[in-house]
Design a protein around this ligand. Sequence first.
Ligand SMILES: [Zn+2]
Ligand SMILES: [Zn+2]
Length: 374
Amino acid sequence: MFFSLYPYSLSSSSFFFFFIFFASPLQCILSRTLQHHHLSFAASVPTTISILDERSFQRFVQASRGSHITGISHIKRYFSHFGYLPLQNITSLSDDFDEGFELALVQYQQNLGLVVTGRLDSDTLNQIVTPRCGVPDMGHGHHHHNGLHSTKNFMYFPGKPRWVRSMPMTLTYAISPENMIRNLSLREIREAFKRAFSRWASVIPVSFVEAEDYAFADIKIGFYSGDHGDGEPFDGILGVLAHSFSPESGRLHLDAAETWAVNFRSEKSPVAVDLESVATHEIGHLLGLSHSTMKEAVMYPSLKPRDKRAELNMDDIKGVQSLYGSNPNFKYESSLESDMSANEASDLVGSKSLRIFLHSFFMFSLVHIFGLCL
Ligand SMILES: [Zn+2]
Ligand SMILES: [Zn+2]
């Protein structure tokens, strides 16, 4: 965990760029691919906190290959964590803007759908500090063209794992009664997940049924804090929001430190995170989808506080249907309509007063924001 997060756009008028560095990320990084693997012990203790101001931000923006800029090593650590640099270099990361870093930066920009500049431009820095899913990004950012006007941005996990059952299949899920949060009721959480599962079920011949018994559910959902035994400690407020595992693991974990929300009208926190959007995204991983490079897709890795992106995009639908086939009731036209009408951010972040509030929040509370371990 090492890094920072700033919940609204960094622009030329947004001056502060916070980095919170955590010094011992190595153990937690070792098992970070979130494949179906044995759990490993992980520990990550935040030991150093550093705040970079506008001057540091400007230094990053002006850096290019050959530059030596204090703080580059932390961005390298971030890239390592999310799959852009080899893990074994983590202990000896330099502040050099070297060739390997430039290649990682280019691939990151491709995968996140940014303009590929090979520089730490403000859009890229802004993306780096946006809260995101803890699952590393896969693939190489290539866009495959499937014919006229058709581009696919979705990706799979290595080996293209999926649930193998006879079709149509039913998967059971359950929400852990022991790993809960307090600010939402169990009923609100269950309803948010029910809607999230139903979106995927409407496009593929897979149905999801809430199990009576958590122990026997195919999909196990829970809210966890910090190190919770799977080698992927959560990092506190924002930073990494959630993670889940590729088929057929069925584990879906949400960071209990977030202010999870089902209704932004009643939840006023500037760092509130839409539960349904994150649930829908993580279910995509459970089904076998990796991250998409398309910003409008549910499977795009990041989500700003108070944003909603819960409606499946055609990119998500094509991705999951190539794993499971189409639901016989799925109609292409109806999903096109939802593509156009859905996913409008319920955005309060644009208002000036909220920006000031957010700024103060980050100045004074120093939450550890970017957890490295995903
Ligand atoms: Zn994800
Ligand atoms: Zn976990």
